[in-house]
Ligand binder design. Structure first.
Ligand code: ADP
Length: 267
């Protein structure tokens, strides 16, 4: 299946904690800066970009120089408070180097259950894009309780992509894409290049746990991309370790797993 994303104008990029940190748990400044540069460069090309970013808790742990993340919910929520502002500081610093600004959205699921708040979100995004601001979106981990939690930024990113009528959703993780089985424990796992038939069950172990730093795991990436694709949005899961990943995707190279957007349902 040929990939052609040259016409994709509005792009949502989601980065997982595993894409923003080293295995040591420390922030990967190199990759964060490169991500910021690529997003700003896309803006210069005339694209509209939105970033859904995880990593607040990891950033908080880093900022307070803790050896690991707290094992209580309230401890992690406190880390999210510290880390979210640290992360925004970092994004703003990096974006500013390339002439752009970030604007922050912290969301909970109930925002999308309420028509008025949902509309407000959409209107504010449009305004931010008019001002050339790069919206940076995360779940509001500090106050989220089970009832209002998305639980993972993968599904948050597909919801955002739908609400803003994005053309392309890119999920960046620490893995080359979706494999038919967990590649950590199966040496013969094979990368799935394209998912066209969204009704077909994707053959992979849905219970596979996320990596040490991740939260959603591969299953939430599959459901998020399938949801976007069903709604007409092309979606790609790819590896942020490839520093050119965003450009490779936009050039139509065969990287990651491509969920083909159902054009019948496109905008
Ligand atoms: P992120 O922080 O980017 O959201 P996660 O750790 O939540 O990342 O999910 C990605 C991880 O899921 C990969 O590093 C991989 O080890 C694991 N995984 C389990 N099963 C699969 C599979 N079938 N295909 C790809 N990755 C898988």
């Amino acid at each position: 299946m040929n990939r052609d994303f040259s016409a994709a104008n509005r792009i949502v990029v989601k980065v997982g904690t595993s894409a923003l940190t080293y295995e040591t748990g420390k922030l990967n400044f190199y990759r964060i800066d490169r991500l910021a540069r690529d997003l700003c460069d896309l803006k210069n090309r005339g694209k509209e970009v939105l970033l859904v970013s995880s990593g607040a808790i990891a950033a908080g742990v880093n900022r307070l120089h803790l050896p690991q993340k707290p094992d209580t919910v309230s401890g992690r929520q406190a880390m999210a408070c510290v880390g979210q502002s640290a992360l925004m500081e970092l994004y703003n610093k990096c974006f500013a180097d390339y002439g752009y600004n970030a604007g922050q959205f912290l969301l909970t699921k109930d925002v999308f259950d309420n028509a008025e708040r949902k509309k407000n979100f959409q209107n504010t995004v449009e305004e931010m894009l008019k001002y050339n601001v790069i919206p940076v979106i995360n779940e509001n981990d500090s106050i989220s309780i089970e009832e209002i939690k998305f639980g993972d930024n993968d599904n948050l990113s597909s919801l955002v992509a739908r609400l803003v009528h994005a053309d392309l959703l890119i999920l960046l993780s620490d893995i080359d894409g979706v494999y038919d089985k967990d590649p950590r424990s199966n040496a013969d796992a094979r990368l799935i290049h394209t998912v066209e038939d969204l009704s077909a069950e994707i053959k992979c172990d849905k219970s596979a746990k996320p990596g040490a730093l991740g939260t959603g795991g591969i299953y939430t990436k599959i459901t998020a991309c399938a949801d976007a694709a069903r709604n007409g949005i092309d979606a790609v899961v790819a590896n942020s370790k490839n520093m050119n990943v965003i450009y490779d995707i936009l050039e139509g190279k065969d990287v990651g797993t491509y969920f083909v957007g159902d054009k019948k349902n496109g905008r």
